[in-house]
Each structure stands twice: as structure tokens, then as C-alpha cells.
Design a protein around this ligand. Sequence first.
Ligand SMILES: [Zn+2]
Length: 261
Amino acid sequence: MSLYIEQIRQLVVLQKVDSEIIAIKKRLTEAPKQLESLQRELDAKKDRMEQLNEKVEILNAQNLKLETEIEEDTSSIRKSKNKLMQVENTKEYHAMMREMDSLEKTNRMREEEKISLMEDLQDQQTLHEGIAAEVKEMENVLAQQRASIEAELSKMQRQLKKQEKEKKAACQQIPEPIFKRYDFIRTKLSNPVIVSVSEGICNGCHLKITPQKFIELQKGEQILSCPNCHRLIYWEDHFFTKEENTTKAKDDKKTTPKEKK
Ligand SMILES: [Zn+2]
């Protein structure tokens, strides 16, 4: 019985280490993805900012063109007004008046165009400022996250090495046939490999094991498997109080025990 207990204990240690290794590896692959998605979001915002920048530039150029045209025509009008005093011929006088009227009319239209253009420019600039602030904020967030994730990842790399060493030590204490059985199940089923049975229920698949199997398990003579999910099982009462029992299946839904039958 005591040899059996010791073997189960070692398997549970191995399971704990394996679970931690799995969690670390998951985090190691997920964390960079988190950064990538933030970076993509930032790039999209930067593109939008660039587009708005181009729009603002175009509007500014249009505005400059309008201002130049208004200025040129205003100076033509001024010149015409001066000339008007010297005109003696009525026909010529009317022609000049008509020309001036037309220039003034065009300039009034330009002024109106300028007003709507300035409104448009104001809108685009407001949008641009808003997105520029968002970009700046996101760049800060990303830099902070990158630093903290990098620190976390290097810490995790160290933990992983430590866990792998611990695993090696745990493996050495487990008799080879038992370890092989554990390792075989590990490749076939989702974590965990070894689970407790409490009140006749397997904590891997949450199904009741047969009363006969349960009696056999309580004897504690040999390492048994759950008839449903095929995980290695042990009777909870042989080892731990409920609080200490940490090997309950967390992601047992991934395995559909009935299919494995
Ligand atoms: Zn089971």
C-alpha cells in the first residue's frame, strides 16, 4: 500500500509540474499575439491619421489658391477704379463697370467658397487632432505593455527551465512502466493525466465509476484508470483533504469521455 501511495504521490507531483509547464507555454505563445493585435490597431489608426493629414494639406492648398485669386482680382478692381476716373468714352466706361462687377461677383463667390472650405478644414483638423491624441496614447500603452510582457516572458522562460528540471527529477522517481503509461495518456488526452476520484466520481470526466472499480481503487493495490476517460485515477481519501487536492480537471470539457470509450 505505501509503495502505491508513493507512486501516486509522485505522479501527482509530475502532473502539477506538467500543468504549470502547459500554462507557461500557453502564455508564451499568447502574450506576443496580444502585442501584435495592439500593434495592428495602432497601425490602422496611423493610416487614418495620415489620410486626414493629406486631406488637411489639400484643403490648405485650395485655401491658398483662393486667397491668391481673391487678392489678384481685388488689385485688378482697384486698378480699374483708378482708371475709371480718366475714361471719357461712355461705352468704354460701361464696359469697365461690367468687368469690375463681374470680378466682384467672382470674388464674392470665392469668399463664400472660402468660408465653407474653412469649416471643412476645421472639421478635418479636429478629427486629426483627436486621432493624433489616440495614437500617442496607444503608443504609450503599447510601449508599457511591450516592456511588461517582455519582463514577464523572460521570467516565464526561467520558470519553464526550473519546471523542466523539476519534471526530470520527478520522472526519475517514477518507475518506468508507470511513467510510460502516464506519458502515453498525456499524448492522447487533454490535461490532466491523473485525477482524483471523490465519492465515486472521476474528477477528469465527472462521471461515476463502477462500484466494483471504486472498491478496487479504495484497496490501493495498483494504479487504475477511469473506465470512461482513461485518465489515471486515485482515491481522494488516500491522500489529501479536499483543499489540498489541486488536480481537478479544469478543461475536461475538451475531452468527450463517451467518444473515447
Ligand atoms: Zn474519467
